[in-house]
Design a protein around this ligand. Sequence first.
Ligand code: SP5
Ligand code: ZN
Length: 358
Amino acid sequence: MTGSVAGLPVVWHPDCLRHEPAGEVWLGVWEEGTEVPERASVLLEALTLAGAAVIEADLHGPEALLAVHDRALIEHLATIWRQWEAGGYPAEYGRNRVVPYVFPTAGLLGGLPLRPVAAVHGQVGAFCYDTMTLVGPGSWEAIKAAADAALTAAALVTAGQQVAYALCRPPGHHAGRASYGGSCYLNNAAIAAAALRSAGAGRVSVIDIDAHHGNGTQAIFYDRAEVCYASVHVDPGAGWFPHYVGYADERGTGDGEGANLNVPLAPGTGDAAWLEGVSALCEHVRGRGADAIVVSLGVDAAAADPESPLQVSAEGYRRAGEMIGALGPVVAVQEGGYDLASIGGLVVATLSGLLAAG
Ligand code: SP5
Ligand code: ZN
C-alpha cells in the first residue's frame, strides 16, 4: 500500500512535539482534540521505517517569517503564553491554556479602528479567530520549529532536490498574515513558498490537498500573480470548516485575478472525483507555469479520518503525488491528518507518488 521513499529528505525538529494544545473548545464544550503530538511521532516512525533520510531543521531568524506574517502576530505567538502565565490565568483562575472569548469582528468595532487592549484575555481574539486553537507552555517552540522545518525543506529544493518533505507540527494553512485558527499558528506552506521566491523561483504554486480549504494561504497570496494557490477540499457550503471561505468563485483579486483556484467537493467524495479535482489543480498550475511547487499535504481527506467526510484511499493519495510530482520540484509540507493508525501510510504513499513522478 505504501511504496518507497528511500533517501527522501524528511526535515523535522523535536520541538514540534512540545505543542500540547490539550484539547479544543468546540461549540462551547472542551473536547480532547485530534491535533496531538503523537501525530508527529507516528509520521516520523513511518517515514523512518520506509527509508527516508531524517534531517533536523535549521533555525532561522525572523526575516523569513516576516515575509508572510505581520510582526504583531509573531510577537503575540512568541509571548502570549508568558503573558497568560504572568497574568495568573492558570494558577489563579484555572485556565491552563490560552483561549479567546471576544472577537473584534466588524460588527463589534462598528467602523472604529482596532485598538490595543489592556487585558491579555481581551487581546487574544484580535489574532485568534476560533476557540479550537489553544496555546500552552511549549506551543511557540513547536510553532517556530515547524516553520523552520518548512524553510529547511525549501532550501533543499532550492539547492536542487526534486522533492523534500517538512514534517510540520502544528500545521499551518489556516493561519493568515495576522491571524491564526483551525489548529494553525504560522503558515508553514506560505513561508516555504515565499522562501522559494526570494531564493529565485519566479513562479511558485501552492497545491493544497488537505481535506479543508487553506483559507490562510489563499488570503496571503490572493492579490499576487507570482504565487498561485489551488485547493481541493470538502465544500464549506455543505457545512464544513472554514465555513466562510473556500468557494469556487474565489479566483483572486488585482494582480492575482485568476491565479486562485478552489475545487470544493461534496461530503462523501472518494478517489475518482477527488483525483479529478487534483488533476484540475495540476492543469491550472501547469497553465500558469511553476518553477517550484509547495504541496500542503494534509491526509485528512482519507476515509478513516475523524475530521472530514471525504473518502480518499492511500492509492488515491499516491496517484495525487504522481500527478503533482510531474509539475516540477516539490516542497511537501505536512498539514492535517488525524487518524493515528493510518496517517503514516498515507503520507508515505503520497511522497512515494511524488518521487515516482520526479
Ligand atoms: C489543519 C487542519 O486540518 N485543520 C482542521 C481544522 C478543522 N477543525 C474543525 C474541527 C471541528 C471540531 N472537531 C470535532 C470533531 C468531532 N468531535
Ligand atoms: Zn484539514
